[in-house]
Design a protein around this ligand. Structure first.
Ligand SMILES: *[C@@H]1O[C@H](CO)[C@@H](O)[C@H](O)[C@H]1NC(C)=O
Length: 276
């Protein structure tokens, strides 16, 4: 049990480490079909040098790179990573800027076109980078004709706002059964994951709170015991703390059942509502 909870914690932490495709705003689309690390570069002549800006986005999956790649220098947990290098004749490039849009930032989702039929735009705003705050807009634009060779395009980067977009069939509203067909077709070993992203999410939080709560309780109890008696009787203090702890544990199943009922009850009514 404990093992599975821990592995659950670890995977849910890892899953958030890219553009997270399990969020409900992205559910109507099929971004799973274009998951992976997507990079593109722009080269500009900036005499006496050239400037190479490479943007990399992780869709549904952590940005991955081999050991030698500059991508290793991307900040941890980046959804989007920008690396600028200065190219000079006969010399090694110098990396001059590294920008990361962190996965854990609050993002907003704007459906495009009629009720999102045109795709979806993800916005990052007010991201700290050096002395400035920068924004990004990543648009996935529905285009039924683009089924392979998905490419991001740079729509703008002025040092403050980054705009990138990709045309793809993956950004068209797709029914669940079509998604499954499509993903089986493209399939590889990857099992479809993240369907229950949200429910694992709250479960993880409850677990974290429980652990925190219990630790505070135990530490607090020990401290109290320690303060109470002038003579430090660790053995009886420990015993008492443990006894309290077990009493608490016995109450846990009921507590959890109550929480579960609340959550399930609520999500049911929400489902009814959205079905209207
Ligand atoms: C630009 O930078 C990227 C990432 O570091 C690199 O893969 C690419 O080869 C560079 N392009 C040129 C022309 O140097």
């Amino acid at each position: 049990m404990l093992k599975s909870v821990i592995s659950l914690l670890v995977t849910s932490v890892m899953v958030s480490n890219a553009i997270d495709c399990s969020v409900k705003e992205l559910q109507p689309y099929n971004l799973e079909s274009i998951k992976g690390t997507h990079s593109f570069s722009t080269i500009k002549t900036t005499p006496p040098t050239k400037t190479n800006i490479t943007w990399t986005l992780g869709i549904c999956e952590v940005i991955s790179s081999d050991k030698k790649s500059d991508l290793q220098k991307c900040p941890q947990n980046s959804d989007i990573c920008g690396i600028t290098s200065i190219l000079r004749d006969n010399e090694d490039p110098i990396i001059s800027e590294i920008i990361g849009f962190n996965s854990n930032l609050q993002k907003s989702f704007d459906p495009l076109g009629d009720e999102g039929a045109g795709g979806i735009k993800i916005r990052y705003s007010g991201v700290n980078w050096g002395d400035s705050l920068i924004d990004a807009e990543v648009s996935f634009v529905c285009d039924e004709s683009v089924k392979e060779s998905h490419k991001f395009e740079l729509d703008g980067w002025n040092g403050e706002v980054l705009k990138v977009s990709m045309k793809s069939k993956a950004a068209c509203i797709t029914s669940d059964s079509d998604k499954k067909k499509n993903n089986d077709k493209n399939k590889n070993s990857d099992k479809k994951k993240g369907d229950n992203g949200e429910s694992w999410g709250w479960f993880t939080w409850i677990f974290i709170f429980l652990v925190l709560f219990l630790s505070i309780y135990i530490i607090g109890g020990a401290w109290f015991q320690y303060n109470k008696g002038n003579a430090i009787d660790f053995q009886s203090a420990l015993k008492e703390v443990l006894e309290n702890f077990f009493t608490l544990l016995q109450g846990l199943p009921n507590f959890i059942r109550e929480i579960l009922e609340k959550v399930v009850g609520r999500s049911n009514s929400r489902g009814d509502y959205s079905a209207v």
